[in-house]
Design a protein around this ligand. Structure first.
Ligand SMILES: [Ca+2]
Ligand SMILES: [Ca+2]
Ligand SMILES: [Ca+2]
Length: 227
C-alpha cells in the first residue's frame, strides 16, 4: 500500500486555488541533477499544502562492458525517505526535503548507491528537485550459470516522482491563532510579536505594527469569509 493512501487532509475555511501537479523523471551517472518545474504557483500565499513522492528508483549495472538495467530498487529504500506531505506557512521558499537517499540495492546490508536530495518550492513559486553528492558503488548480482555471483558496478541511477502544491489563502488573516474568532488573543499575538514578522502580520506587509493592530480591531468578532 502506498503511504499516500493513508493520509488525508481537511482544512477549515480556506480558499483553495487548486492543486498544481509536477512530475519529474531524472537520471544521473554521477553528475548533479537540477530540475525546475515548468510552471509556478503564487509565491505569496498564506500557506502551502504539499505532497511529494519519489515513486521509482532504479539503477543500471555494468557487467563485461554491457549496461544492464534499469533495475528497480525502490523497495530497498526506506519509504519515509521517499514520501512527504503537510502544510507550511508562506511565503516561499519552502524546503520539503534536504537529506541523503540511500539504497542497499543487493540487500546485503551495505549501502551501494546514495545521493543527497533537495526538494523545495523556491522563492518564485517553482518546484525544484536537486540531486548532488551522487555515490554509485558495487553490488553483488547473480548472473546465472556459469557465471554465478559477480561484483558489478552501478553505472546510473534513475529517479521518478512528483510534487503536488496547493497554495492556500486564509479567509481571516486577522485570526492569528485560527480559532475562528478575532478577539483579545489575536490582539495579544500582535503585541507579542510587535516589530517582528510572521505571526501577527495580518496585512502581510512583512512587519507587525500599528496597521496590523487596526486590522484586528476592524475585523473584531467571528471569522467570516469576507476577504
Ligand atoms: Ca549492498
Ligand atoms: Ca483568534
Ligand atoms: Ca503588517
Amino acid at each position: 500500500m502506498k503511504l499516500a493512501t493513508l493520509l488525508t487532509f481537511s482544512i477549515a475555511l480556506p480558499a483553495i486555488a487548486g492543486t498544481t501537479h509536477w512530475e519529474f523523471s531524472e537520471n544521473t551517472a554521477g553528475e548533479n541533477v537540477h530540475w525546475v518545474s515548468p510552471t509556478n504557483v503564487d509565491p505569496n500565499a498564506d500557506q502551502y499544502e504539499y505532497q511529494y513522492e519519489i515513486t521509482y528508483v532504479a539503477v543500471d549495472i555494468i557487467f563485461l562492458g554491457q549496461i544492464i538495467g534499469p533495475n528497480d530498487v525502490t523497495d530497498q529504500i526506506d519509504p519515509a525517505l521517499l514520501f512527504g506531505a503537510g502544510i507550511e506557512n508562506g511565503p516561499t521558499p519552502i524546503v520539503f526535503m534536504d537529506s541523503p537517499l540511500e539504497a542497499d540495492a543487493d540487500g546485503d546490508g551495505e549501502i551501494d548507491v546514495a545521493a543527497n536530495i533537495f526538494m523545495q518550492l523556491n522563492s518564485s513559486g517553482f518546484g525544484e528537485f536537486d540531486v548532488t553528492e551522487v555515490f554509485l558503488g558495487d553490488v553483488m548480482v547473480d548472473m546465472g550459470w556459469p557465471l554465478g555471483w559477480q561484483n558489478v558496478e552501478i553505472d546510473r541511477i534513475y529517479m521518478d516522482g512528483y510534487m503536488d502544491i496547493t497554495p492556500i489563502t486564509l479567509p481571516c488573516p486577522a485570526d492569528t491563532n485560527g480559532d475562528g474568532v478575532i478577539d483579545v488573543a489575536d490582539i495579544l499575538a500582535v503585541i507579542d510579536n510587535w516589530g517582528g514578522s510572521g505571526v501577527g502580520d495580518v496585512d502581510g506587509s512583512g512587519i507587525v505594527d500599528v496597521s496590523d493592530l487596526l486590522s484586528v480591531v476592524g475585523a473584531w468578532g467571528p471569522c467570516y469569509s469576507q476577504q
